[in-house]
Design a protein around this ligand. Structure first.
Ligand code: KG4
Ligand code: ZN
Length: 345
């Protein structure tokens, strides 16, 4: 029998609808993005100062077919050219997740294609594989999103050892709350990032939280309270608040605690590769500080382009590819799991 050495290319359609972006993408062999369509709902949720879950679900419902159609069109493919469908099934807003999950199940059933349920955070980590075609586990990864602040060792594709985590707010949550308190509104992270560029990070001394006996855990509640107290005090005494100085000083405290723990962890566990993932890894000050800290210690620093840091379908397709290779398949009973934990399937 003739031996077939030519490896077949694998095309995955990735679908993401866990929060306020309806997204779909086609990725080749887990690394090459052929299309990445993101329909953001930001303009609508901005009116309400944050994500309104029911509105998010309804908009996903309205937009998801068009987003998938466009993703295939841009990739120059039809449904039959896809090898598998990967979809975020948790964590996230349940009503939002259900739209993507139901859509993916319907497609997989109608097309007789394999279905792979993907952990949203595993998707964020996999965004690094899109950016760096040669990056392979193991490496240390700082995951910083709206709901997660985790320091992990990525042992293998989709396999994580959790070294540290936030005991209270996630880093993104802290950004969003501070943004609201100073009147910058939603979405907070990018607005604080922009405002802070004009400010002095040393203007106000805010506390860096530490968790006793857990050197790799994070805490942001003390910092958040300090910022809110500062604002209240200024309002009561009629003192003017410099939003650039306040946001820069807050950001400085967050970035310092994120970077210090990450490089300490890499050194302690003997890793020379440090990656970042999640919406907050789009933060310009964090990217700069992590790069500098890694360079100073002879470590390689990896972070995805901003469009792959925040929610997108390409990262779900990339993570789905590695699960697909492992033989992971989801059944037609796949359901949304809003509080899915890292490391769980
Ligand atoms: O990963 P992501 O898009 O969604 C979740 O899985 O949560 O992260 C969203 C979070 C929000 O809290 C948002 O404010 C924050 O990421 N974020 C940023 C920046 N861009 C997004 N935080 C700081 N600086 C940014 N440039
Ligand atoms: Zn996310």
């Amino acid at each position: 029998m003739e031996e077939n050495n030519s490896k077949k290319d694998i095309y995955i359609l990735g679908i993401e609808s866990s929060c306020d972006e309806t997204a779909a993408a086609v990725v080749k062999n887990g690394r090459e993005v052929l299309s990445n369509i993101i329909s953001s709902q930001i303009d609508i949720h901005t009116v309400y100062g944050g994500v309104v879950p029911e509105i998010a679900s309804r908009l996903h419902c309205e937009n998801i077919n068009g987003v998938i159609r466009l993703a295939l069109k841009e990739a120059g493919m039809g449904f039959q050219d896809i090898d598998a469908i990967a979809v975020t099934y948790g964590p996230g807003l349940v009503g939002a997740l259900l739209v993507g999950v139901s859509e993916a199940k319907a497609l997989a059933y109608a097309l007789s294609k394999p279905l792979v349920g993907v952990h949203h955070i595993e998707g964020h980590v996999a965004a690094n594989f899109l950016q760096y075609p040669d990056l392979e586990p193991p490496f240390v990864c700082l995951i910083v999103s709206g709901g997660h602040t985790h320091l992990v060792i990525v042992r293998d594709y989709g396999s994580f050892e959790i070294i540290g985590r936030s005991r209270d707010d996630a880093a993104g949550e802290a950004y969003d709350k501070v943004a609201r308190a100073v009147g910058l509104g939603y979405p907070g992270g990018p607005k604080v990032d922009r405002a802070a560029r004009e400010g002095n990070p040393l203007a106000i001394q805010f506390p860096r939280g530490e968790v006793k006996d857990h050197p790799y855990d994070f805490t942001f509640s003390g910092l958040k309270s300090a910022v809110l107290n500062y604002i209240n005090k200024a309002n009561m005494t009629g003192q003017e608040i410099s939003v650039p100085d306040l946001t820069a000083s807050f950001q400085h405290a967050v970035v310092e605690s994120l970077v210090q723990r990450t490089v300490d962890c890499a050194r302690a566990y003997g890793f020379k590769k440090v990656a970042m993932a999640g919406g907050v890894s789009a933060n310009s000050a964090l990217r700069e500080a992590m790069k500098k800290a890694c360079e100073a210690r002879g470590m390689e620093c990896y972070y995805p382009a901003p469009v792959y840091c925040t929610d997108n379908g390409a990262m779900i397709a990339a993570a789905g590819y590695y699960e697909f290779l492992k033989g992971v398949r989801s059944g037609t009973d796949l359901n949304a799991v809003p509080n899915l934990k890292l490391g769980e399937r």
